[in-house]
Design a protein around this ligand. Structure first.
Ligand code: AP5
Length: 225
């Protein structure tokens, strides 16, 4: 059984969630989104959700200790033992080191860091028009680039579509600032480790998917050799 342990890197709105869902279907890898996990905790009003909420609303990172433990447990859960697709983690060098240590303790290693790159102006356009399913946040739409068949209704399960609280222009700008200062250095971090693969995220979602799928298929073949 191949063990494809992948992370998706890129600015907010690059299309990480959109592409992760497509790759999940292609390769049967669980899509682990720290943002989705945290939003579910906020909605349920758990202790973690209560602590995370104010950071998320401000567009800042939730403290590392809250996230690292959660991910350490998640990558060792049944469905992730044969590989995973991490979306939104790691977000800084401390989290990247913690992931490497957690994998080493499980005698596993990272297969690749897939960077989807998109310029800031495009990020703002995409996030301002994003709508997500209230029931399943991995059902993602855009009012212009990927509209649902019926306005405000999810094509996949008929639920209502909503705008995320942190998709207001001011919060988007803050999230971009945090990305450039804290997460972007990971590009160099994974490049030095020989794990970085770059993808032009400003192309259509279909083009980006084709390139990612080809790269992941090659990684899987290499892993099986
Ligand atoms: P998180 O949920 O991870 O948000 P993010 O990284 O800012 O990424 P997004 O989900 O906004 O964007 P995406 O790249 O998935 O784009 P999407 O596919 O939706 O994090 C939220 C918050 O949680 C953080 O701010 C932080 O507070 C906290 N957090 C999470 N992880 C953390 C961690 N590890 N440590 C600490 N704190 C953490 O696409 C966007 C839009 O564009 C959609 O409308 C889509 O339809 C459209 N689109 C996608 N691709 C294309 C394309 N090619 N062309 C045109 N439109 C496209």
């Amino acid at each position: 059984m191949s063990d494809l342990n992948l992370i998706l890197l890129g600015p907010p709105g690059a299309g990480k969630g959109t592409q992760a869902e497509r790759l999940r279907e292609d390769f049967g890898l669980p899509h682990i989104s720290t943002g989705d996990i945290l939003r579910a905790q906020v909605a349920e009003g758990t202790e973690l959700g209560k602590q995370a909420r104010r950071y998320m609303e401000a567009g800042e990172l939730v403290p590392d200790d809250l996230i690292v433990k959660m991910i350490g447990e998640r990558i060792n859960a049944g469905d992730a033992r044969d590989g995973f697709l991490l979306d939104g983690f790691p977000r800084n060098e401390k989290q990247a080191d913690a992931l490497a240590e957690a994998l080493e303790a499980l005698d596993r290693r990272l297969s690749a860091a897939l960077l989807i790159d998109v310029p800031d102006d495009e990020v703002v356009r995409r996030l301002a028009g994003r709508r997500v399913c209230v029931k399943n946040p991995s059902h993602i739409y855009h009012v212009d680039f990927d509209p649902p068949k019926h306005e405000g209704v999810c094509d996949q399960d008929g639920s209502r579509l909503i705008q995320r609280d942190d998709d207001k222009e001011e919060t988007i700008r803050k999230r971009l600032e945090v990305y450039h200062s804290q997460t972007e250095p990971l590009i160099d971090y994974y490049d030095r480790a020989g794990l970085l693969r770059r993808f032009d995220g400003s192309r259509s979602a279909e083009d980006v998917h084709d390139h990612l799928r080809a790269a992941v298929a090659t990684l899987r073949l290499e892993d099986q050799l």
